[in-house]
Ligand binder design. Structure first.
Ligand code: AMP
Length: 209
């Protein structure tokens, strides 16, 4: 977990590969639905493009369904879910039912100034969701993804006006999860300033990697 722009997606991609478990990003799932233009996608757009959270029941239903697929049977890395106390409690209940538990919660900690800078320059691949930055993490060919050649775009919800709303929502709804997981002894804080490689070098040892 961490505020928008903390680098959750970037870190999660390498970490899930290293752990050999799927990377489950609620944001990626939602963007996939929105890109295809399904009825669900149209419903999600209203919330996502306004920087608002998708309602808890809808979000939890979609993510829990994804966790039920075979590739998640030996574990998974969640990115961007849960984002509210209600989602966290629903996840706990679901996992308990399946005899599972959360091992660790990584909290990527960054300052608001750095968030604004990262999100203004963030570019994302339309095809595979990889993240780039116009200054700090440029692709080899401008406008194209290094991994899959997909087109890079600036997310509508990364525009400065929307980022402000997302940060407000984060402070109000998601930040309380820090205490929730800390009390359970699951939280590990990572200073998330610096390059992706630097953050990764701080993260892996916390998981014994
Ligand atoms: P992300 O890619 O994680 O920044 O998510 C992009 C957007 O998708 C968020 O700003 C929300 O509008 C929506 N979203 C993603 N995950 C959740 C969640 N767990 N609960 C509610 N909305 C979510």
């Amino acid at each position: 977990m961490g505020p928008p722009g903390a680098g959750k997606g970037t870190q999660a991609k390498d970490l899930s590969a290293r752990l050999g478990v799927p990377h489950i990003s609620s944001g990626d799932i939602f963007r996939g639905e929105m890109a295809v233009g399904t009825e669900l996608g149209e419903q999600l757009k209203k919330f996502v493009n306004a920087g608002q959270l998708v309602p808890d029941d809808l979000t939890t239903r979609i993510v829990v369904k994804r966790l039920g697929q075979a590739d998640c049977s030996k574990g998974f890395l969640l990115d961007g879910f849960p984002r509210t106390l209600e989602q966290a409690r629903s996840l706990d209940a679901e996992m308990l039912q399946d005899g599972g538990k959360i091992d660790t919660v990584l909290y990527l900690d960054v300052t608001p100034d750095l968030i604004a800078q990262r999100m203004a320059g963030r570019r994302m691949c339309k095809k595979c969701g990889a993240s780039y930055h116009t200054v700090t993490l440029k692709p080899k060919t401008e406008g194209a993804c290094d991994r899959c050649g997909g087109e890079l775009y600036h997310r509508d919800d990364d525009r400065p006006e929307t980022v402000k709303d997302r940060l407000r929502v984060y402070a109000e709804k998601t930040a309380p999860l820090i205490g929730y997981y800390d009390q359970q002894g699951l939280l590990r804080r990572v200073a998330a300033d610096g390059t992706p490689a630097e953050v990764q070098a701080r993260t892996f040892p916390l998981l014994g990697l």
